[in-house]
Design a protein around this ligand. Sequence first.
Ligand code: PLP
Length: 366
Amino acid sequence: MKFLDLHAQYLTIKREIDSAIAGVIERSDFIMGEQVAQLEEEIAKYCGARFAVSLNSGTDALYVALKALGIGSGDEVIVPSFTYIATAETVALLGATPVFCDIREDTFNINWESAEKVVTRKTKAIIPVHLYGQPADMDEILAFAKKSNLFVVEDAAQAIGATYKDKKVCAIGDVGCLSFFPTKNLGAYGDGGMIVTNNETVAKYAKMWRIHGQSKKYYTDFIGDSSRLDTLQAAILLAKLKHLDGWANARRSKALLYDRLLGTSQIAQPFVAPERTHVYHQYTIRVETQRNELAAFLKRKGIPTMVYYPLPLHQQKAFSNLRSRTTFPISESASECVLSLPLYPELPDSSLQEVAQAIISFKNET
Ligand SMILES: *Cc1c(COP(=O)(O)O)cnc(C)c1O
């Protein structure tokens, strides 16, 4: 069994992908070809926002979103301590300080009450991460941000298509950031990312930043970078976008099957908070005791699992300069008990049964 099988997905859409790739090669407009603008238009529409600007990665999306909002040296940005490194790394790259806060125990998403405790006069923005594909508590975060005069940058790298009160993620805060890393729910065949926003100034800034801050060719208005999504990736993503909602539905029904199969096993299945849809980028259970032993047991049975993430950000060596005496107990316990199980649209239900049975037999033996 594989944790994720990208080749199996390719086989289900081989003709569309092959013809998309062949079309780009035929035109050979590899950089900023017509599919790039088309993808931006379609993703903006899909998310329900006015603008989308494609970039080289999700990390660049976070970086340029913050930069376009004017965040830099001396500023603080609130980041949950339980997320992928890119969420906080980009803050630090800009010369600003990531200020960590804790998460909710049930959803693993940012705890806005913990965020409220770390706000200072220097705080300029907050980055809620829609971890594993479930939207964070956006109403509370928006209210807190409004009160404290903060920008809200959504890290939606794992959550494209997820909704919160009928709004898609990326269209809720000031800027939403997407990743098209191959393993994400909408994955390219290489690196890619995008910002989505209703803020025209931010969109214009990002469009120039990705081509060296140029207003026209060879005329640089500000220092930018080289961060484009190439046409081949855009064409592949356009072909895959048509399938995204179908894949999300398949992920949800498989997640429900896991929920049912694991039923009474004393394993905590993912909790979905009210008024939102989960797109199950990951199906992550909480194993309060012997998580590593369970993972090793499953591995011996040929069942791969993953731990997202084994070390909270406030404990990373790279951030040791920021270390205060603060601890974030929920993040720390999450890193010790989370376990993500194989879940993707092409995974047969029989495999889910195999995984659930193995977990239950481990529980019965221990
Ligand atoms: C994948 C991911 C990113 C970074 O995206 P890349 O495209 O790999 O740069 C950022 N944040 C989260 C939560 C992610 O999962």
